[in-house]
Design a protein around this ligand. Sequence first.
Ligand code: WTA
Length: 632
Amino acid sequence: MTHQIKNLAEYQEAYRRSIEDPSAFWKEQAETFHWFKPFTKVLHWDFDKPEVRWFEDGQLNISYNCLDRHISSIGDQTAILWEPNDVTKPAKSYSYKHLLAEVCQCANALKSRGIKKGDRVILYMPMVPELAIAVLACARIGAIHSVVFAGFSAQALCDRVDDAQASMIICSDVNHRGNKLIPVKEVVDNAMDLGCNSVDTVLVYQNGDTSVNWSDDVDVWWHELVSIQAKECSPEPMNAEDMLFILYTSGSTGKPKGVVHTCGGYMVYTCYSFKNVFQYQPGDIYWCTADIGWITGHSYIVYGPLLAGATTLMFEGVPTYPDAGRFWDICEKHQVNQFYTAPTAIRALMAKGNEWPAKYDLSSIKVLGSVGEPINEEAWHWYDTHIGKGKAPIVDTWWQTETGGILITPLPGITDTKPTYASYPMPGIEAVLVDSDGNELHDNNVEGLLCIKHPWPSIIRTTYGDHERCRNVYFSAFKGKYFTGDGARRDEDGRIRVIGRVDDVINVSGHRMGTAEVENAINEHPKVIESAVVGYPHDIKGQGIYAYVITAGMNLDDAFRQEILATVVREIGPIAKPDKIQFVEGLPKTRSGKIMRRILRKIAAKDAENLGDISTLLNPEVVQSIKEGALV
Ligand code: WTA
């Protein structure tokens, strides 16, 4: 088992050793896993290319390490505890033994449909145990999984299937979220009509009782195929640098990119960070409320906890169904010890009133976590007072899809906490701030761009099918450094506070979105000539989406706004719907034709008095009319 730090001196010592000799440090952690073939090389790296290889001549299987490795010691302990959306349905639990058998059956089912090592499988599913089972089944046979959040539209799903050239989609018939029934299979059918030519099987998990369209050529029921399979399936030996999964995420330009993580390094880092950041102890019940469609669910619902032999809770529903006490009800019912959620959920529940958490016994909670976006001071204090009762340290964890695991965070009970500060780097993480010329800022009390100087085991390896894009986006801005895209400040004691993105990525309710991606979707409406999208401060969502739209001969009324929203929902999904749409006659542009988003951001943020010099614009006259029509 990877090492668990117990006190401040141990953290300082681990940090010092990890920086002085990263290879020795990570070798020690990696050796605690099961390897079919032990590695002899620890690290090769060159950020210019970029090229990073950890434990490269070793062979392992991550599903073996999540499951088989634990059977003799904790085989009967609960691995996954599942809480359904519907409060009248019973919770389900899967012991490590039971989970292993289910994963093997699913793995055999995939094999029976011709899936083999290296093939890509798209998972488009609700938060049911079968999603975790499918993830681990892919890993067991060396298929590369790519989970697509089930709120994405048919078009967005199809784009991802096509980019990955996936041969299978695993989905459900329907999805239950609060009192909504979402027709998942229908979305998949629509995606298949739009493209997805590489797909020959759609495996459908029955999650409801409604009938769905069926095509015998490709569609197969999970309960018909999986349940007849053998309960043993030998794990495929994988090279440490073989791909484990692709996860699509938004960037500042173009279509979402497929972030690639590999087997060995990802395994070592997610287990190590899980054990340390949450200070998980045997017998604890750990709950992360994220969806497995995002990186947080991959690393800290499935892989990290199972690698560490934890009990991980999975929740199918939403925080406000049947009422705003649901999260706290689940915490009480299952005696949750570590609770990990996003600031947007905290703010939404805070707005419902203190009486909701007050109804429940939350005394089992030892650690609270926050992830996905900066947490504001008010939400931090509410979380601390009303959920943690001042006794559960808050770990404000900063990381990204690309980092695979948590990089900057307090360690609960070990390092101190300060509202809005992600605080200190994990062992192995050499975090630096640089100015826009790339000079490192060594002083405290400074603000700069957040970079990491040395690879850690779960760093992004490539963007699927486009290595050059990976180099350009992360490794070309500052030579020899991984650039995060975030701005940060360091306080007088060296704690880091991540302020937010400095590129054209916005963070809406903890969901990452490229402004260009939303613009492209809006521009699909035939009557839209051009659009510009920016983020603006939003009380609950962190950032809201503000769209400025130029149209051709339309009535600029609410009906047309609805058409634009419908276009965005069709192209991406409801999560990308603009909160505000302002119709404009022109967009402020530089002489080279680039949209000046800085100006648009200020107007959207009600800061229009202070736009700076606009005289160099190609069309300074549009600014006044945009200001006058602003929806603020
Ligand atoms: C932001 C989510 C401040 C940040 C794990 C980052 C945060 C982006 C924090 C990655 C935090 C995440 N404090 N900002 N604790 N955690 N972010 O890829 O801007 O969905 O670059 O990964 O979220 O979002 P992603």
